[in-house]
Design a protein around this ligand. Structure first.
Ligand code: NAD
Length: 353
C-alpha cells in the first residue's frame, strides 16, 4: 500500500492511497480539526481521473467543516473518496484496505457511509480501524440518520415560521414537500401532527399516495411541486433545485428542506433574499444526521436523549443565522458561512460547548 501526502493550501491534510493488491485507489481530505476530529462519509464513485476525485474530496470535506461548526458537534470536517464503480468494483479486500488507510491517520479522520457505500461496507472497514461510524445498531451505532434529519428540519422550520410569519404555529400553514423518501416521510408526519396542510410529490406514485393517505396530504405532480403556492417549500429529493429556471416561478415564502446543495450557485441565495423568500441554508437545517453521529463518537457512547436535545438546537442555529443575515444585510447562506467561520476562528470558546 502506497500512501502519499499531497500539499494543499487551506487544508490540514490531503492523502492519496494506491494499493495494487486490493485495487484500492482513494483520497482522504482533512479540511479542519480545530473543533475536533474530522468526520465525513466515504464516497465511492467512478471518477474519471485522480484530479476529479481530489476536486470532489476537497469540496466535500470543507462543506463538512462548515456543517459541523454551525451544528456545534465538536467535530471537524473531512471526507474520503474511493475511485470505483459501487455496482461492480466492491470487494472485502478493497474495504479492508480502505480501513487500513483510514487507520493510518490515527483518528484524525472518522469515516461513515455515504453515496456509493453502505452499512455492510462499513462493517468490513471496521475490521481494520475503529475510526468508523454508521455501523449496524447491534454494534453500538446510532442507526438510520433519516428520522434525526427530519426532526432537525421540522424544528428548523419553526424558526423559519417565526421569522417569516411571527409565529411558529403550523396550523393553517401549507407546506409543500418535494420527495417522499426516507427524510420526506418522517418530516411529513411531524408536519401533519403539528397541523400543517401538506402538498406532496414524488416520482414514485405509490410512495406519495401512501404518504398522502397517512397524513391527509394532497398529491401534486413532481413537475409542479416547486411552483405551487405554499407557505413553506421543503426540498427533500435532489440538489440544485433552486436555479435560474425555478427561481422566478417560486410561490413560497420560506424554503426549508433536507436536500443537500439546494442552491445551484451561492448567488441564488442572494436572489432569494431579493425575492423576499427566506431560505434555511441546507447544511444548517439538515444537520440532524451528523449531530446524531457526533453523539455516537463521544467517549460516553451513544445517548438518544442527548442526541434529541442537540438536534433540537438546530432551531437556535437558524435563529442566529437569520440574525446575522439581517445585521450584516447578507443572504442567509452567506450568513451561515460567516457563522461557521466565526466559530472556527474561536475554537477554544466552542470546544465541547
Ligand atoms: P431518499 O432517496 O430516501 O428520498 C428521496 C426521494 O425523492 C425518493 O422518494 C425519490 O423518489 C424522490 N425524488 C427523486 N427525484 C424527485 C423529483 N424530481 N421530484 C420529486 N421527488 C423526487 O433520500 P433521503 O435519505 O430521504 O434524502 C433526501 C435528501 O436529503 C437528499 O438530497 C439527501 O442528500 C439529503 N439528506 C439526507 C439525510 C438523511 O439523513 N437521509 C441527511 C442530510 C441530507
Amino acid at each position: 500500500m502506497k500512501i502519499q501526502t499531497l500539499a494543499q493550501e487551506g487544508y490540514e491534510k490531503l492523502v492519496k492511497c494506491e494499493d495494487p493488491a486490493s485495487g484500492l485507489r482513494a483520497v482522504i481530505a482533512i479540511h479542519d480539526t480545530s473543533l475536533g476530529p474530522a468526520l465525513g462519509g466515504m464516497r465511492m464513485w467512478p471518477y474519471a481521473t485522480w484530479e476529479d476525485a481530489i476536486f470532489d474530496v476537497l469540496r466535500l470535506s470543507k462543506g463538512m467543516t462548515y456543517k459541523s461548526a454551525v451544528a456545534d458537534t465538536g467535530l471537524g470536517g473531512g471526507k474520503s473518496v474511493v475511485i470505483g464503480n459501487p455496482k461492480t468494483d466492491k470487494s472485502e479486500r478493497l474495504f479492508e484496505a480502505m480501513g487500513e488507510f483510514v487507520d493510518s491517520l490515527g483518528g484524525r479522520y472518522i469515516t461513515a457511509e455515504d453515496v456509493g457505500t453502505s452499512v455492510e461496507d462499513m462493517v468490513v472497514v471496521r475490521r481494520k480501524t475503529r475510526w468508523v461510524t454508521g455501523l449496524p445498531l447491534e454494534m453500538g451505532s446510532s442507526g438510520d440518520p433519516s428520522p434525526w434529519t427530519a426532526l432537525g428540519v421540522f424544528r428548523g422550520m419553526k424558526a423559519c415560521l417565526e421569522e417569516a410569519f411571527g409565529s411558529p404555529d403550523f396550523r393553517g400553514r401549507v407546506v409543500a414537500v418535494q420527495g417522499c423518501g426516507h427524510v420526506g416521510q418522517y418530516l411529513a408526519r411531524h408536519l401533519a401532527d403539528a397541523g400543517a396542510a401538506l402538498l406532496l410529490a414524488d416520482i414514485h406514485p405509490e410512495r406519495v399516495r401512501a404518504l398522502a393517505d397517512q397524513t391527509g396530504g394532497k398529491v401534486v405532480s413532481p413537475a409542479d411541486i416547486l411552483g405551487v403556492a405554499c407557505d413553506v417549500l421543503a426540498p427533500c429529493a435532489l440538489g440544485a433545485v433552486i436555479n435560474d429556471e425555478t427561481l422566478p416561478a417560486l410561490r413560497c415564502r420560506v424554503i426549508a428542506g433536507a436536500a443537500n446543495n439546494q442552491l445551484l450557485r451561492e448567488d441564488h441565495g442572494q436572489r432569494l433574499k431579493e425575492a423576499g423568500i427566506l431560505y434555511a441554508p441546507d447544511y444548517v437545517i439538515n444537520a440532524g444526521g451528523i449531530i446524531n453521529v457526533s453523539i455516537e463518537v463521544e467517549p460516553e457512547g451513544y445517548d438518544e436523549a442527548r442526541s434529541r436535545r442537540k438536534v433540537e438546537n438546530i432551531y437556535f442555529a437558524l435563529k442566529r443565522v437569520f440574525e446575522i443575515s439581517k445585521e450584516q444585510n447578507v443572504s442567509t447562506n452567506e450568513a451561515s458561512n460567516r457563522l461557521a467561520e466565526e466559530r472556527l476562528s474561536q475554537p477554544a470558546r466552542n470546544a465541547g460547548a
